[in-house]
Design a protein around this ligand. Structure first.
Ligand SMILES: [Zn+2]
Length: 304
């Protein structure tokens, strides 16, 4: 018989301080930790369902509100899958009015999923279909949404692909279409002269970037996207000069990289030649020692 314990739990998010008051069993209570101001933390508890919530405090409304905030659960076995962590939950209060106010968030552990305590209606995302069964309708819903709106990123296509793989449904054609559409959208971004101008100006100002600096990485990514988009670009008259400067920079960057790689290949080649010659020498030494050893053995055991 577990006795119900009521405690205050809170999530401090920079300036915001929000509270959720829940019923906990003594075992659960023992897992919470008190901080300096005497509030109890929820991190060790794993999933907390709305049934446990008595009320919550919203510091934007500046009041306690009875019942549970809206619960959202995201299970992502690909992204999280580190030990027992397989997802996260959020208690959200009036997200539109408050521009998404999260009252409490926390981890979802493998055991929470296996224990069957998470109700499908709270689940926003479940990429292995552990709580929300995977249906053809669900997958085609995700894909149709991408095809109709052109919104969402490659991540969402990947989600649909994973669901199809797990359930062994064939959605290859639709997935291909969605990928194509997102690619085209990327092209459109680069066909917008304002975006193009910005890219050119950045590359001219910072160069294509060197080494592993944040700037270098960013510029390299931009440069590589720009290169892929070249066949689809229409350069407006007023950007021709900038475009030419940018492409000159990119060209010399690729040339430099090419000669760097060539040099590396040459060095590795010399290393390999050295190793080959070592190998030959070692093999000759082993043969010599072996032959001498055979002679000694014959002298030790003449009858053998
Ligand atoms: Zn509020």
């Amino acid at each position: 018989m577990s006795k119900q314990v009521t405690t205050n739990l809170y999530e401090s998010n920079g300036e915001t301080l929000t509270w959720v008051k829940v019923n906990l069993t003594p075992e659960e209570f023992a897992l919470t930790q008190e901080d300096q101001i005497g509030l109890r933390r929820t991190h060790n508890l794993g999933y907390i369902g709305p049934a446990k919530v008595i009320n919550f405090y919203c510091n934007k409304c500046e009041k306690f509100i009875a019942g549970s905030p809206e619960l959202k659960v995201r299970l992502d076995f690909e992204k999280f899958a580190m030990g027992d962590l397989v997802g996260s939950y959020y208690f959200v209060h009036d997200p539109e009015e408050h521009d998404l106010r999260i009252i409490l968030s926390g981890p979802i552990l493998r055991g929470d999923v296996e224990g069957g305590i998470i109700k499908p209606e709270y689940v926003e995302r479940d990429n292995l279909g552990r709580v929300v069964p995977i249906t053809r309708e669900r997958i085609s819903g995700i894909l149709e949404n991408i095809l109709q709106t052109g919104k969402n990123g490659p991540e969402t296509v990947r989600e649909a692909e994973m669901l199809a793989e797990v359930a062994d449904f064939d959605f290859r054609e639709e997935i291909q279409k969605a990928r194509e559409l997102l690619k085209q959208r990327g092209r459109l971004d680069y066909q917008n002269p304002e975006n193009l101008r910005e890219v050119f100006e950045n590359i001219i100002q910072f160069g294509v970037g060197e080494g592993d600096s944040e700037e270098g990485t960013y510029m390299r990514e931009v440069a590589s996207t720009l290169r892929r988009m070249l066949p689809y670009l229409r350069i407006p008259e007023e950007l021709v000069l900038d475009a030419s400067k940018t492409l000159e920079l990119m060209h010399s960057w690729y040339c430099e990289r090419y000669s760097g790689i060539e040099q590396e290949i040459q060095e590795k080649r010399e290393e390999i030649e050295e190793l080959e010659s070592d190998k030959k020498e070692v093999s000759q030494a082993a043969t010599g020692v072996h032959n001498f050893l055979c002679g000694l053995r014959r002298r030790l055991h003449p009858s053998a």
